[in-house]
Design a protein around this ligand. Structure first.
Ligand code: ZN
Length: 465
């Protein structure tokens, strides 16, 4: 028996968690958090749909919260196996899980003090102690391209997915008496041709089955250079108006890419040399340090530049780890670029900066990443005239830019190219996408090309014959 079931990212983007069962082993790929609005709190706290104690090993594709965010819960509920990933993923996951635990503890304290609001819980999903306990199970010794036995009869090969630092797609070879099958999990597929990370790699074998993400299955991104131009223009226009630029920033990789973009624009004399740039995110600051420690994961030409002066260190860059430093930024009326988390504005320091800057038409807010339905970022992008921040109505008068060419995700054409490069398969399982947009539209493309595919339901057992 070989069976696949998806316990997250099934007909939706977040919560990636896929279980493969054979007669001899039970292997989990990712164990992510459902994100996007409070209504998902219950989904996160619900049963996994399998017994965590019965899972032999967890293979982690990358450190984004929607891929690793339920790991402390998995451990709390009895998982005792290894969590296998690359070294960079292990380091980044530590940051991400500690941050998530901190946010959940904070939310629980608020709910205890002020009473529960819709979907809030007085108990955190897990605590900081739980997150650190989970780190004991991490084995970050994986190198790209090596074939490892991860459970009886199961070999895994991690290949560079080019999505964030340390990210991988994972090829699993399942061997049983009388049958062997290969399943390739895409993880999140990177956007090729970006300046810092390498392009996504092909699997070493033609897989029988592919489980792939479809985040942007319905559209192509703008070209990187066009997005670069758009960002530089948005920043310089805002500076000319005397305003601030707020960039809600994903801490992992996007923040580093934005620093690179600003550094390049300064080098080209397109932006003032001493432009004040605030990286107001302890997680992004730590992630940047980790980033610079793994030149082997980066594009060779960029890695070569790391041997000289730090190419991300702008002359006017200020990094604020402390809350007091972050609050001081609120007094700046104009002329600065402020990067703060979270990227979807569902929490974190960026909400304070939005409260201070959103109602002024001199300012701009530049969104550079994916915004799930139900998040504040989504509402602003969709044109909300007023939003609620800290129990206050704030008018949206700042200019809103959405620049999607910096996406860490492949667009539709790249997804198709990636799949073609895997070779012919028995069936492709589509996960990690909005059902009505990314997933269905991508499914139609596969239909037209005669590629067998399926959109798994949540927890639906699928026999791999
Ligand atoms: Zn991701």
């Amino acid at each position: 028996m070989m069976q696949l079931s998806c316990h997250g990212a099934a007909k939706q983007v977040t919560g990636s968690c896929h279980l493969l069962r054979t007669d001899s082993a039970s292997v989990l790929v990712d164990c992510g958090l459902f994100q996007g609005g409070r209504e998902l709190a219950e989904e996160n706290a619900a049963e996994f749909g399998f017994d965590p104690a019965g899972v032999d090993v967890l293979l982690l594709t990358h450190a984004h919260l929607d891929h690793c965010g339920r790991i402390p819960l998995l451990v709390k509920r009895g998982f005792k196996g290894r969590i296998v990933c690359t070294a960079a993923t292990r380091e980044l996951a530590r940051l991400v899980l500690a941050d998530a635990a901190g946010l959940q503890e904070e939310e629980a304290r608020r709910a205890q003090r002020h009473g529960r609001r819709h979907g809030e819980s007085e108990q955190p999903l897990y605590t900081l102690a739980d997150a650190f306990h989970a780190m004991d199970y991490f084995d970050g010794s994986v190198e790209y391209g090596l074939r490892l036995e991860v459970a009886p009869g199961v070999h895994a090969t991690f290949v560079d997915a080019g999505h964030i630092l340390g990210s991988a797609s994972i090829l699993l070879e399942l061997e049983q008496p009388g049958a062997s099958r290969t399943v390739f999990f895409s993880g999140d597929i990177g956007n090729p041709g970006r300046p810092l990370l390498r392009d996504p790699q092909r699997p070493p074998l033609h897989p029988d089955y592919v489980v792939m993400e479809t985040t942007y299955g319905d559209r192509d991104h703008r070209d990187w250079n066009a997005s670069y131009e758009e960002l530089v223009q948005a920043v310089s226009d805002t500076l000319a108006r005397g305003g601030n630029v707020i960039v809600p920033t994903f801490a992992l990789e996007r923040a580093q890419e934005l620093l690179y973009v600003l550094a390049r624009a300064i080098e080209q004399h397109r932006l003032p040399r001493h432009l004040p740039v605030f990286l107001d995110s302890p997680m992004a600051i730590s992630a940047t340090e980790i980033f610079l420690r793994y030149p082997a994961c980066l594009r060779p030409d960029f890695a070569a530049r790391l041997r000289g002066a730090d190419p991300l260190r702008l002359p006017g860059l200020r990094m604020s780890r402390e809350t007091s430093e972050s609050m001081a930024i609120n007094t700046i009326r104009g002329g600065a670029v402020i990067m703060a988390g979270s990227g979807m504005c569902s929490g974190g320091r960026v909400r304070h900066h939005l409260r201070h800057n959103l109602d002024n038409q001199s300012n701009s807010v530049v969104f550079v990443g994916f915004a799930a339905q139900g998040t504040l970022a989504r509402r602003i992008i969709d044109g909300a005239r007023k939003v609620r921040l800290f129990d206050e109505e704030v008018e949206v008068r700042a200019r809103i830019h959405t620049i999607n060419g910096f996406s860490a995700h492949a667009g539709r054409s790249e997804l198709l190219a990636w799949l073609k490069a895997c070779g012919p398969t028995r069936r492709v399982f589509l996960v990690h996408g909005d059902l009505d947009t990314g997933m269905r539209v991508f499914a139609q493309h596969l239909e037209q090309q005669g590629i067998a595919h399926q959109i798994p339901g949540d927890g639906e057992p699928i026999l791999l014959r």
